[in-house]
Design a protein around this ligand. Structure first.
Ligand code: ASP
Length: 309
């Protein structure tokens, strides 16, 4: 038996601004935001709190920060609307809650928590928003969620589409936020939240709320939160595949996560990455694109944040 320890990893999406377009000011703002997220999550873990509460706390800060594509600052559908997905999973008992295509609740991850504590696992649209309303969760209007940067990204993407050109800028294409944690009692949890992909079809649902794809946690193996081209993460069941490799093939967390991101997803147009933690507190954060906003902190170690390799 090793001594109890805690660990936390977070991401702000694999759709990073290309290095060539990054400015020192923007870069500093991202690092500062990621540090605030780590602070919120580790405050829970340090005090002996539950992993599921730590990942929720971290994702709330990510959702509130307009720099990231979740909650405030979420991207727009091709129709100019905002439709958000979120999920949370508790590795203690595989309880899970997810919401898809919602608009209104300030923090979609809190609505996912409500669903987790209900007989359902996944709820979509108006009924999920009603659940949030009934529980008294804060609701916001379009002005709150709207950011000019995301609106401009939608216009650019629609223009490219009209011209039949391919989308080449990952910052315009996607982004998502998430957290994974191990608590002092040995529990794992994951939470993920997103506006999805810029100019997605109305009603389109990505991998984020799909348990076993963009979000997964089981105390027996690992907790995973993904970001990237959601359709491919769903088809390759990214989160569940990482856990299966640990469970059935005895792979390390690092090997399992790297194989899935580099050998399953990458050759199949699955650009993106994952953050993952196992019950020993090992953290893996592989990605197959230019960058992924990310950070980690473990008991007894300094917090670290990264954008590129
Ligand atoms: N995975 C998200 C989705 O497909 C987007 C992203 O992470 O960039 O909705």
């Amino acid at each position: 038996m090793t001594a109890p320890t805690w660990a936390l990893a977070i991401h702000g999406g694999a759709g990073t601004i290309l290095r060539a377009k990054m400015t020192p000011e923007k870069e500093a703002a991202y690092h500062e935001a990621l540090r605030r997220v780590l602070d919120a999550g580790q405050a829970v873990l340090r005090d002996g709190g539950l992993a599921v509460d730590a990942v929720t706390a971290a994702v709330v800060v990510l959702e509130d920060e307009p720099l990231f594509n979740a909650g405030r600052g979420a991207v727009f559908t091709s129709a100019g609307e905002i439709e958000m997905d979120a999920a949370v999973m508790d590795g203690r008992n595989r309880q899970a809650g997810a919401v898809a295509g919602i608009f209104g609740p300030k923090n979609p991850v809190h609505v996912a928590r409500l669903v987790m504590d209900s007989p359902q696992v996944m709820m979509a649209g108006a009924a999920a928003v009603e659940l949030a309303r009934k529980a008294g969760l804060p609701i916001r209007d379009r002005d709150y969620f709207f950011t000019e940067a995301r609106w401009n990204a939608l216009q650019e993407t629609l223009k490219l589409r009209e011209a039949g050109a391919a989308e080449t800028d990952p910052a315009r294409r996607h982004g998502t936020v998430g957290a994974v944690a191990l608590d002092l009692s040995g529990n794992l949890a994951a939470a993920t939240s997103t506006g999805g992909m810029t100019a997605k079809a109305p009603g389109r649902i990505g991998d984020t709320p799909v348990i076993g794809a963009g979000t997964f946690a089981d105390n027996a193996t690992c907790a995973v939160s993904a970001t990237g081209h959601g359709e491919i993460f769903i088809r390759w069941t990214a989160g569940a595949e990482i856990a299966a490799r640990i469970r059935h093939a005895g792979q390390t967390l690092e090997d399992a996560a790297t194989v899935v991101v580099m050998q399953d997803l990458m050759p199949n147009d699955g650009s993106g990455g994952v953050i993952a933690v196992d019950r020993a507190g090992n953290i893996a954060m592989p990605f197959n694109c230019e960058g992924m906003y990310r950070g980690m902190v473990r008991q007894g170690h300094e917090a670290q944040t990264f954008i590129y390799r």
